[in-house]
Design a protein around this ligand. Structure first.
Ligand code: PA5
Length: 460
């Protein structure tokens, strides 16, 4: 497994002192990185946060693979019902290893389509159901809390749709992933006899891709989950090293922290030059936003920190976003994601058309073109004083993708330590959720319906 992190363009020597880090600044703050490492190590060793342990949970992987072996071949569509951290990891893995949907190979029982119902847009849900055959669909419903309104509503629809065609046999085509022995989804799974896979209590949604939340759907669509976990295990080992040269997650966290706080880069653009990494960019967006956008410090002081993550796709977004990035406000740091060895070189034929815009490209490859485009964009940003850095994955296979996801999770956890916040809660999403419960008539939420009414009255 080989992932490189090139941070040279974050340095003052490349982008100037106003926007880049000086050797003195990095030297002065490096001890904080070690404190962050020790701080998070304590949290992990105490069992308060469990994502570092997930790659080593061999029994869970065995259970998932045994189950996948039993049911694979009996469906051509896997329907995942879940939202946020209960959906984005599976999308990142599917997109990363099989490509974005339009380019995936023909779907079959050996290579099932993955349909993710992570929204309650009725038109989308109806179209998704129309596109699936209930007799050839296996459904995985995922909710750590067991009660998320969007997931529960969509699952009631899917369950009804399956039962209408399959009767009581529908229960054999459904599995649930939720917290062990707790919550309403667990109660339903018990009552209806769905196989259940447990999310460890100490693993939060956005850090759960390597738990059954990501691994069960991945195994059911035929991805190599052992490879994914192997890469993640290797990165976990590196992420406990104090040496910043070896520990890319810690170095990434420190340098991003310094560029953000010393050079006022309040936006981070995650910029994969790979369509396969597009799902990972959206998974990362949630990880970074929900973990690091916080009102309070650990001690309860009001701080309102956060760095807004943006996903951009290279080279496509050079024709959409780069004008802003190069000439707009210098408030961003750019993290390119590159894949060194593409699965195909994309040879460009020599057509001999005697046309200047065409002939120079003949005989070269798309792999070279996309690489040159990324390096040219990095150079253009650097020349205009915009700090940027690059993660390069040697290739995109299960081992490298598992490693990269785990690296980004460690980087996020270390960043939480550097900021002195709890990166693992999400209190800010509760109020809107409670208004929704109140308005939809969930028992116990009347006060929120009334508060919403006051808000509506103020708008009049
Ligand atoms: O990261 C998180 O904790 C959240 O984004 C959750 O994953 C999301 O709200 C879904 O929660 P649940 O799995 O309980 O349905």
């Amino acid at each position: 497994m080989n992932i490189q992190f090139d941070d040279l363009n974050l340095r003052a020597g490349m982008v100037g002192e106003a926007h880049g880090l000086t050797p003195a600044e990095i030297r002065q703050h490096s001890p904080r990185a070690l404190e962050a490492l020790r701080g998070f190590q304590k949290i992990s060793e105490a069992g308060d946060q469990g994502f570092p342990h997930l790659p080593f949970q061999a029994q869970s992987a065995r259970d998932i693979l045994r189950f996948a072996k039993q049911v694979r071949g009996s469906f051509d569509t896997l329907c995942l019902v879940g939202i946020g951290g209960s959906a984005l990891g599976a999308w990142a893995l599917d997109c990363g290893l099989r490509g974005p949907h339009p380019v995936q190979p023909a779907f079959s029982p050996r290579n099932p389509r993955l349909v993710i119902l992570d929204n309650v847009d009725p038109a989308f849900t109806a179209a998704a159901l129309d596109s699936m055959n209930p007799k050839k669909t296996f459904t995985v419903v995922i909710a750590k809390s067991g009660s998320t309104a969007e997931t529960v509503a969509s699952f009631l629809i899917v369950r009804d749709w399956m039962t209408a065609k399959l009767g009581r046999k529908a229960r054999h085509r459904i599995a649930a992933v939720t917290t062990a022995d707790k919550g309403d989804l667990h109660a339903l799974a018990q009552a209806e006899g769905y196989p259940e896979f447990a999310i460890p209590k100490n693993v939060g949604g956005r850090f759960s891709v390597l738990s059954p939340v990501g691994m069960l759907p991945a195994a059911l669509i035929g991805l190599d989950i052992r490879g994914i976990l192997k890469g993640a295990a290797a990165v976990t080992h590196d992420s406990w090293q104090p040496d910043l040269e070896k520990n890319l997650a810690l170095r990434g966290a420190l340098l991003h922290y310094l560029v953000w706080t010393l050079k006022n880069k309040s936006i981070q653009v995650a910029f994969p030059y790979s369509n396969h990494l597009w799902g990972t960019a959206f998974w990362f967006r949630q990880l970074w936003a929900e973990s690091l956008g916080k009102a309070k410090s650990r001690q309860g002081a009001e701080i309102h920190v956060g760095q807004t993550p943006v996903a951009a796709l290279g080279a496509t977004d050079q024709h959409s976003q780069v004008q802003l990035y190069v000439e707009g406000p210098n408030d961003k740091v750019f993290t390119f994601w590159a894949v060194e060895k593409s699965a195909s070189s994309g040879k460009i034929p020599k057509a001999g058309l005697n046309l200047e815009a065409f002939d120079y490209l003949g005989g070269q490859t798309l792999a070279k073109l996309i690489d040159v485009e990324r390096r040219s964009t990095a150079a253009a940003l650097t020349e205009t004083g915009r700090p940027n850095c690059t993660f390069t994955l040697r290739k995109l296979d299960p081992v490298h993708l598992g490693a990269f996801l785990q690296l980004l999770e460690f980087q996020t956890a270390f960043m939480g330590e550097l900021l002195n916040i709890d990166a693992f809660d999400q209190a800010g999403v509760e109020l809107g959720k409670h208004f929704t419960y109140g308005l939809m008539g969930r028992p116990g939420f009347d006060a929120f319906r009334e508060r919403f009414q006051d808000y509506e009255n103020r708008r009049k």
